[in-house]
Design a protein around this ligand. Structure first.
Ligand code: PMP
Length: 362
């Protein structure tokens, strides 16, 4: 342990959702469902599969380090300039890149309690000081964020919708917050789940970039776009910030298959709309299920719902696993009574409902 840097000594490894194959091996059964990692329940998009097949003969070459085609695609889709875009090996890579670019040892990074666990992980790994702000109704308390800002503050992470709670901040709340933050502090708006929020409710985050030069918006292609296994995300900021990120970014951080698949799926609106529509309907069924059976839950704008069992959730999780249903325990987030459940296809959700009713004796 002493070999690790001081910050690393205080860390615990990230706990990912249990892979289906692992539970298959453990239980010796095959009909397992995984509602644990907020993945796309429709599986890998056909448009991306075709793009990948077309790339297979090209894998001897390094990928396009600047991601020309993908940046063009993103820029065109959202009315941005390619020079505003940074590509990442998943948005996790970007979350880390922001800290490496803007934060030195001893600086302070602000984020919310119960926000995405990679924020404290990377902050501590670079020996910066984590200012974890107590949550308000499980979500971000932006007034407390403002109060926590001091001379050492360099970076603020906001996850919207927030993982693992699904809490959501409105455009006006984000706008008002940004107006109060010093412009030398970088604010990262992590929108990994934004496609699941109704269009009319979404934050116009790219619009806010025009007003706030210290804003960085981060997006993922792992969720609504269904490319989790390929690892790709993108960040949008002004050209100056993007230039700084590009100094630190590893030259070939995104592979050729991911680049090609991302272009295809960003042009595949039907796939994303089908995904969001299923999520909207099924999230309502989760809420109705919880209400009917007296289960507490946190209202969510993401593709998951977090249920409060008001008692230790670990035995419930174990019982679900024995029934071949993988969900996500979040005791590591300081939420030992909750389980986070990713919204699946209707038949997967039915199986989860049935299993929970049996386990809870409802
Ligand atoms: N941000 C948030 C809020 C997330 O929940 C996740 C996925 N767990 C990520 C970023 C990273 O996703 P990816 O690296 O797959 O893009």
């Amino acid at each position: 342990l002493q070999r690790a840097n001081q910050g690393v000594q205080s860390l615990s490894p990230y706990q990912a959702g249990k892979p289906i194959e692992e539970l298959e091996r453990e239980l010796g059964i095959t009909n397992i469902i995984k509602l644990a990692s907020n993945e796309n329940p429709f599986g890998f998009p056909a448009s991306a599969k075709k793009a990948i097949q077309d790339q297979l003969d090209n894998l001897t070459r390094y990928p396009d380090s600047n991601g020309f085609s993908l940046k063009q695609t993103i820029a065109k889709k959202f009315g941005l300039k390619p020079e505003q875009i940074t590509l990442g090996n998943g948005s996790n890579d970007l979350v880390e890149l922001f800290a490496h670019t803007f934060v030195s040892e001893g600086d302070e990074v602000i984020f919310s309690k119960y926000a995405f666990i990679v924020y404290p992980l990377i902050t501590k790994a670079i020996n910066a000081t984590a200012r974890e702000i107590p949550a308000k109704d499980w979500g971000h308390d932006l007034e407390a964020f403002i109060a926590a800002i001091n001379d050492k503050t360099k970076l603020i992470y906001i996850s919207n919708p927030n993982n693992p709670t699904g809490n959501f901040l409105t455009h006006a709340e984000i706008d008002n917050f940004l107006a109060k933050v010093r412009s030398d502090i970088i604010v990262v708006l992590d929108e990994a789940y934004t496609e699941f929020t109704a269009k009319e409710e979404r934050v116009d985050s790219f619009g806010l970039l025009k007003k706030y030069p210290n804003l960085v918006v981060s997006r993922s292609l792992s969720k609504a776009y269904g490319l989790a296994g390929l690892r790709i995300g993108y960040a949008v900021a002004n050209e100056e910030i993007t230039g700084l990120l590009n100094r630190v970014r590893q030259p070939f951080n995104v592979n050729s298959l991911a680049l090609a698949a991302a272009v295809a799926v960003l042009n595949d609106d039907a796939f994303v709309e089908k995904t969001a529509e299923n999520n909207r309907k099924e999230l309502k069924r989760y809420e109705a299920f919880c209400q009917k059976h007296g289960l507490k839950y946190i209202p969510s704008k993401g593709n998951f719902i977090t249920i409060d069992f008001e008692k230790a959730a670990a035995p419930i999780n174990d019982a679900l696993l024995r029934k071949g249903v993988i969900v996500r325990p979040i005791a590591g987030y300081g939420m030992p009574n909750h389980l986070r459940i990713s919204v699946g296809l209707p038949e997967e959700n039915d199986r989860l409902f049935e299993a929970l009713l049996e386990i809870l004796g409802l």
